[in-house]
Design a protein around this ligand. Structure first.
Ligand SMILES: NC(=O)c1ccc[n+]([C@@H]2O[C@H](COP(=O)([O-])OP(=O)(O)OC[C@H]3O[C@@H](n4cnc5c(N)ncnc54)[C@H](OP(=O)(O)O)[C@@H]3O)[C@@H](O)[C@H]2O)c1
Length: 222
């Protein structure tokens, strides 16, 4: 499997890239700066420079062509104001979906967010804007005829993965390790019959492979 990772220099993205290659797949890291591309190349991971906010759909299609699947785990991270959040988190996935259509690539894995994440903390307007844009992106993707999977992780942490999760259609929001999100994405990619599903994943005690198997059984997708 050859997978393009958008957001490959990010916390989840670089974990997905390195794990895919370790598992014998091919990964292409889409990064915004050439020095990031060199870092990936030094690790034996193909890299291409691109930007989902700035690049035209046709240019993204040229990057996507020839891959079997696309993972979108990019996010503006609130670092460049609400406009960047709109362009990357909100409009980015839909733009990539259009580019995938042109490129003839069908399998799209979108990393989104639990709708109720951190709501108890009474976050600021920028955070609420981020949440709205994440949902806008989901609504655009579910209207496409791509084989999409939207994965909503709970709050992300950087501790070493434990290899277990709680995965399903609706879960209680807790926390999850980025390692475990990356491994869940790869387990889902290994099961292409799981498609056109919105899934929530948080920390839990079910081994990731079993959690994915249970999903296919309980939802009749196997
Ligand atoms: N943080 C949380 O607790 C949390 C919870 C649930 C879901 N999420 C979502 O999960 C995903 C992964 O989160 P993370 O914390 O691992 O991400 P992250 O470390 O913040 O990485 C974000 C990535 O997006 C890239 N990016 C930003 N703007 C871009 C653009 N215009 N074009 C292409 N790439 C661009 C960044 O590239 P540069 O290196 O060039 O900046 C970086 O690689 C995000 O979508 C995030 O919204 C986060």
């Amino acid at each position: 499997m050859k997978v393009l990772i958008i957001g490959a220099s990010g916390g989840v993205g670089h974990r997905v890239a390195s794990r895919l290659v370790a598992a014998g797949h091919r990964a292409t890291a889409l990064v915004r700066r050439s020095e990031q591309a060199e870092t990936f190349s030094a690790q034996g991971i193909d890299a291409v420079v691109g930007d989902v906010a700035r690049d035209r759909v046709e240019a993204l299609a040229d990057i996507i062509r020839g891959h079997d699947a696309v993972v979108f785990t990019a996010g503006a991270g609130g670092r460049d104001g609400p406009e960047a959040t709109t362009a990357v988190d909100g409009e980015g996935p839909g733009k990539v979906a259009q580019a995938m259509k042109i490129a003839g690539v069908n399998r799209f894995y979108l990393v989104s967010v639990f709708p109720e994440a951190w709501r108890e903390r009474r976050m600021d307007d920028d955070f609420e804007h981020y949440m709205v844009e994440k949902k806008n992106a989901e609504t655009r993707i579910v209207l496409t005829d791509l084989d999409w999977v939207i994965l909503r992780p709970s709050a992300l942490t950087n501790e070493h993965g434990v290899g277990t999760v709680d995965l399903g259609l609706a879960k209680i929001h807790r926390e999850i390790r980025r390692d475990d999100v990356a491994d869940t994405l790869i387990a889902l990619m290994d099961r292409p019959e799981i498609r056109r599903s919105i899934l929530e994943v948080t920390g839990g005690n079910i081994p990731i492979a079993n959690a994915v198997d249970a999903l296919t059984r309980s939802h009749g997708q196997a």
